[in-house]
Design a binder for this molecule. Structure first.
Ligand code: SF4
Length: 703
């Protein structure tokens, strides 16, 4: 009734923020979103968190880009970054769409003609739809004959995907987060779902309340520990020590499932050998968890009838991120805790469409559905479909692309909806790389920190303004619908990608978003039985579905794994220390992450009035004992410094942060946490070590 009075219309859509994929009802008045309510979707059952409910007014922000812009000839590329748009016309001038698109394409083409595909790279976006992700990777691969195309999955779960592909032949979750309802035991490690996947956290808390045993493992304390039977605050960076000790107990106490291993798993003998020395007693001083607790947790996980593991970026964002996930996979495979209701492996995906963008091939090693670019037969299929010879080698990843620019390789980039000038590690390095490009095209809804380096800026569409599909962390494909018109001359992202493609002579023609989806579907076995028409009819469909009229499979791999021989593979791991450990000059550990109110680099939530009012300024959180020890005052301005940079922000006391540690969220442009972070990569997933570097703190010079 309220909506009938205050709104002109209400449209069914999906939340634009995290990977939970809550379904929404968006109410619109006079062309603006005025409220958002939860709908009865499979992932949220009418629930929404603070971001989904109150974070909508960024769409109508006066800071939206409404006209194409081109850089003024005399404006330097390394112009200071500012979020105020007051002075942007000193750097850019407004242009017609024809001029902006021509310039964008001519610059990319010129680089391709002189340097070939090796001179070009593209970042697509996990905030865009599946159709946009598919088109973007197609444009880079077909148009520039390179696989230098990536997106922010490289910064969140690339190591999880690497380990999962290696171990069980699939990079997605084996069970939805709602499987908590069927579990007897849950492990949540390196994840803070209460902040980052709040509606998923409600299922975990509810299950714990109903008697499911909850084990939370995190170097920082967190709200979920209040609901836990075991809260393991292990020393940062020692995940492998702790998990191998658990595996040691599973093996030495014979808690493993011999029959399951014989039928489904390789690598158990190698694991047995490797974990001999990782006794709980030997690992206690390394990880800081007493041996008795490690034994109890191992027994609980292994002997519960149904156990499930959830993890987040506390696991993945390390130089040993892939090893961390290998340990979790080994736990599931040795005990057979996978492939049944209430069991499984669930990496909680961060952005609303990071699962879908990865599935759609927006990564440098694979075409859609994780099919290798290095496989001759697979490549031939795409060469036939796209009429071009394609690059036979895997492309560069996000951080490698920045390095390659500064090494004189890549000279031109097309960045759609990503903000590497905030999200990449070691920002001095990343921003220098962006400003060194000869040609940079940025397509976005705001003048982001990245856009300030651009030669051409294409004003694009917010989630609430366009049609498209999004795949959440549960593998549920869902439709987002246009609710409000785009501001000024802004255009839908998929239309802009097509416009660039046609200026490159690719001759693309799509009769709207459903036609793009259907082309994508023709290349993807995973969504083969999920037509656009079916999505329209059912609203949400989980992939894979066995037939066009059967529901999708929520629980995967009960019988076999999608590997060459159908068996899962355990890969034993060794201890790899963090790349940069504290010393006399930088005695503390810095870790970074998100906060409940702000999402990723803050471009959207910092422009949402309610959310920014709750968390309006950059903060560093520290244990009160460390604050006292260092002679600092709560609320004062402090400078946090690492070997790569320094930022000044407000000091906050937080008992959840262990002594010797600091936490800085990466959403504040005023004090970007990534000026501090270490770009060292995990060798398999190529993910940077955002979760650990050496740092120091002092009172800021000007209080
Ligand atoms: Fe949106 Fe995630 Fe919150 Fe759901 S839990 S409302 S998807 S931000």
């Amino acid at each position: 009734k309220t909506r009938e009075v205050y709104a002109d219309k209400t449209i069914d859509s999906v939340c634009p923020f995290c990977g939970v994929g809550c379904l929404t009802s968006v109410s619109v008045k006079d062309g603006k979103v005025v409220s958002v309510e939860g709908r009865n979707g499979p992932a949220n059952e009418n629930r929404l968190c603070v971001k989904g409910r109150f974070g909508f007014d960024y769409v109508s922000s006066p800071e939206r880009l409404t006209k194409p812009l081109v850089r003024r000839d005399d404006a330097p590329k390394d112009v200071g970054i500012s979020l105020t748009i007051d002075n942007y016309l000193e750097v850019f001038r407004e242009a017609s769409w024809d001029e902006a698109l021509d310039r964008a394409a001519i610059g990319l083409k010129a680089t391709f003609e002189t340097k070939g595909g090796a001179g070009i790279a593209g970042f697509g976006s996990a905030k865009g739809s599946n159709e946009e992700a598919y088109l973007f990777q197609k444009l880079i691969r077909q148009g520039f004959q390179t696989n230098n195309v990536d997106h922010c999955t490289r910064l969140c779960h690339a190591s999880s995907v690497a380990a999962l592909m290696e171990g069980i032949g699939s990079g997605a979750v084996t069970a939805p987060f709602n499987a908590a309802e069927d579990a007897d035991c849950m492990i949540v490690i390196g994840a803070r779902p209460e902040q980052n996947h709040p509606v998923a956290a409600t299922y975990i808390k509810q299950a714990a309340k109903n008697g499911t045993k909850l084990i939370v493992m995190d170097p920082r304390g967190q709200g979920l520990m209040r609901h836990a039977d075991y809260g393991l605050k292990f020393k940062p960076g020692t995940d492998v020590a702790m998990l191998n000790a658990i595996l040691n107990v599973i093996v030495t106490e014979k808690l493993y499932d011999e029959q399951y291993i014989a039928a489904h798993v390789d690598g158990f003998e190698a694991l047995k050998e490797k974990i001999q020395d990782f006794t709980p007693e030997a690992m206690e001083p390394v990880c800081g968890i007493d041996a008795g607790t490690l034994r109890e947790v191992a027994r609980l996980y292994a002997t519960s009838p149904r156990s499930i593991i959830y993890w987040g970026m506390g696991v993945s964002q390390h130089v040993h991120g892939t090893d961390n996930v290998r340990c979790l996979i080994a736990m599931a495979l040795t005990t057979g805790q996978i492939g049944r209701p209430g069991t499984g492996l669930h990496p909680l995906r961060g952005q609303n469409n990071v699962q879908g963008a990865s599935d759609a091939g927006l990564i440098p090693m694979v075409f859609p559905d994780y099919r290798s670019v290095e496989n001759v037969d697979i490549r031939a299929e795409y060469e036939d479909a796209w009429g071009r010879t394609l690059d036979p080698v895997r492309g560069l990843t996000v951080v490698e692309i920045m390095d390659d620019i500064l090494a004189g390789g890549i000279e031109a980039m097309y960045i759609q909806g990503e903000n590497p000038a905030m999200s990449d590690p070691d920002q001095n390095h990343a921003r220098k790389a962006l400003s060194s490009l000869k040609h940079l095209v940025v397509q976005d809804i705001f003048l982001t920190e990245t856009a300030w380096h651009a030669d051409v800026i294409l004003p694009a569409s917010a989630h609430a303004e366009k049609l498209g599909t999004y795949t959440n962390t549960n593998r549920q494909v869902q439709i987002g619908r246009p609710c409000v018109p785009m501001p000024g001359e802004a255009r839908a992202d998929w239309e802009l990608i097509i416009a660039i493609a046609n200026r490159l002579g690719l001759d693309w023609s799509y009769d709207g978003v459903p036609a793009i989806y259907e082309e994508m579907r023709s290349h993807m076995a995973s969504i083969q039985n999920i037509s656009w028409e079916r999505l329209e009819r059912e609203g949400t469909v989980t992939y894979p579905a066995d037939s066009p009229d059967k529901p999708g499979n929520e629980i995967l791999f009960g019988q076999s794994f999608p590997t060459a021989d159908g068996r899962g593979k355990i890969v034993p791991t060794d201890l790899v220390p963090p790349d940069e450990t504290p010393d006399a000059d930088f005695p503390m550990v810095l870790t970074t992450g998100r906060m409940l109110e702000h999402w990723h680099t803050g471009a959207m939530t910092r422009r949402a009035a309610v959310l920014d009012a709750i968390e309006p300024e950059p903060v560093v959180s520290m244990n009160p004992r460390d604050i006292k020890l260092q002679g600092l005052e709560i609320g004062q301005q402090v400078t946090v410094e690492t070997r790569r940079g320094a930022i000044t922000l407000t000091l906050r006391a937080d008992r959840d942060v262990s002594t010797g540690m600091m936490f800085v969220p990466f959403c504040f442009y005023e004090a970007p946490a990534n000026f501090l972070t270490n770009p060292q990569l995990d060798p398999f997933g190529k993910i940077p070590e955002f979760k650990f570097c050496a740092a120091r703190i002092s009172a800021a010079e000007h209080q």
